[in-house]
Design a protein around this ligand. Structure first.
Ligand SMILES: Nc1ncnc2c1ncn2[C@@H]1O[C@H](COP(=O)(O)OP(=O)(O)OP(=O)(O)O)[C@@H](O)[C@H]1O
Ligand SMILES: [Mg+2]
Length: 140
């Protein structure tokens, strides 16, 4: 049976911790290793941080949407913003590519999300926003 939670929260960096903890709480009953839980938390924090920092330029009046779904052993993490959008998705996925070099960003968020997921899909339109969908097969 599917289990789904959907939430929305202000685009404040303080809410990255809330999002990570929520994801960990969602999979709490599943008997996962600390490693797998840390991978899930990292996917969520990288995607939510991107939404806040890049999508919304930290405009705290905006909202980030997080959806978590477990269907049998498949976990789906969806992080959505209605921000500026990504001009070139292929380029954005390249390791070390960042548009915020002066703010000491490493350009590794998507690379890390991709490594920790079984599949990563990015949908984005300029001035409409970005949705990142990561799926992970859980070793249950
Ligand atoms: N939600 C988003 N909205 C708009 N642009 C985004 C979004 N997410 C990512 N990007 C763009 O994709 C680039 C690469 O993202 P990625 O997470 O890989 O690196 P980063 O955020 O720049 O650095 P790091 O994640 O290592 O701190 C960003 O620099 C930004 O230009
Ligand atoms: Mg990032």
């Amino acid at each position: 049976m599917k289990n789904i939670v959907k939430m929305e929260f202000s685009a404040k960096l303080a809410n990255v911790t809330f999002a990570r903890a929520s994801a960990a709480a969602f999979v709490l009953g599943l008997d996962l290793t600390i490693n797998v839980i840390n991978e899930i938390k990292t996917i969520v924090s990288e995607a939510v941080t991107n939404a806040i920092i890049h999508g919304y330029n930290q405009n705290e009046k905006k909202y980030v949407y997080l959806e978590l779904c477990i269907d049998d052993n498949k976990l789906t993490i969806v992080v959505k913003d209605e921000g500026i959008g990504i001009e070139n998705i292929e380029k954005a996925k390249e390791p070390l590519f960042t548009t915020k070099l002066q703010e000491e960003r490493a350009g590794l968020g998507f690379t890390i999300m991709d490594i920790f997921s079984d599949e990563m899909e990015i949908q984005s339109s300029i001035n409409e926003g970005t949705t990142v969908i990561c799926t992970k097969i859980l070793p249950l």
